[in-house]
Design a protein around this ligand. Structure first.
Ligand SMILES: C[S@@+](CC[C@H](N)C(=O)[O-])C[C@H]1O[C@@H](n2cnc3c(N)ncnc32)[C@H](O)[C@@H]1O
Length: 238
């Protein structure tokens, strides 16, 4: 490892200077040609913030990044999984090799082409559950869940993302659970005005929901243009 002392954000995620690494659950294999390196018997995979909004969010948050990521053994709902780049890094931490943490990542993707790669990835990563379908539809998701979830990430780049994220979080997010919405301004063209108006509209919609607390809005445009991350927490049901 580099001389800079790594900061452990979770069992399987560490930060070294400005770079992030996850503990590879499938040793010897890169998912998207990312760098790997060994630290004694542990292999780490580099988690690229230019290819993953969750990684960008962890590098840019002003909160404790450790509080935004799901802990090992969590149940996670990932909407807009694509071919599984970010999902694989979440899997490294939540499931680990052979899913010895007993985690679950329900990974929903609407494109059959992306699903092909995601399904292939899931073969070597138990706990990663690929679901082909529309992540805005609760009936697509519910058959795969064993209860409410600890963590949700929605990254679907379609219109009305915030409304759909709020609906899904209302139904599926556990009390104290964390939700991450990756919002692309251009997907919200139905709202008049510029990017700031669209982000403001999202903020207002979130603030109207009494079950959820908006923890932070993170500007990740340094890594992904036109994007903001909205981090929410589900309030106690009692
Ligand atoms: C920006 S990409 C996601 C990248 C991925 N989150 C990552 O970091 O590796 C958006 C994905 O959402 C998918 N998508 C779009 N609409 C969707 C929907 N309604 N339900 C599920 N997936 C959807 C797209 O096919 C695309 O693969």
């Amino acid at each position: 490892m580099s001389r800079r002392k790594p900061i452990q954000l979770s069992w399987g995620i560490r930060k070294e200077g400005r770079s992030l690494w996850t503990r590879n659950a499938v040793k010897g294999v890169s998912v998207r040609d990312e760098r790997r390196k060994k630290d004694s018997r542990i292999e780490w995979r580099q988690w690229d913030p230019r290819k993953s909004k969750v990684a960008a969010c962890l590098l840019k948050t002003k909160l404790d990044p450790a509080k935004l990521i799901p802990v090992p053994g969590s149940t996670c709902l990932y909407l807009g999984a694509s071919s599984g780049t970010t999902v694989s890094h979440i899997h490294d931490n939540v499931c680990g090799s052979g899913n010895h943490h007993n985690g679950q990542i329900i990974s929903v993707e609407i494109s059959p082409r992306m699903m092909r790669d995601l399904s292939k990835l899931s073969e070597s990563r138990p706990g990663l559950i690929p679901v082909l379908g529309d992540g805005r539809n609760p009936f697509v998701i519910s058959p795969y869940l064993r209860g409410k979830v600890d963590w949700i990430h929605q990254d679907i780049s379609v219109a009305e993302q915030t409304k759909s994220f709020l609906k899904i979080s209302d139904i599926f997010l556990k009390s104290e659970g964390i939700g991450i919405l990756s919002l692309k301004a251009a997907s919200e063209r139905w709202i008049e005005g510029g990017d700031d108006t669209r982000f403001k509209e999202a903020e207002e919609l979130i603030n109207q929901n009494k079950n959820l607390k908006l923890l932070e809005i993170i500007d990740i445009s340094h890594f992904e243009s036109q994007h903001r991350i909205f981090v929410i927490k589900r309030l106690d049901d009692n």
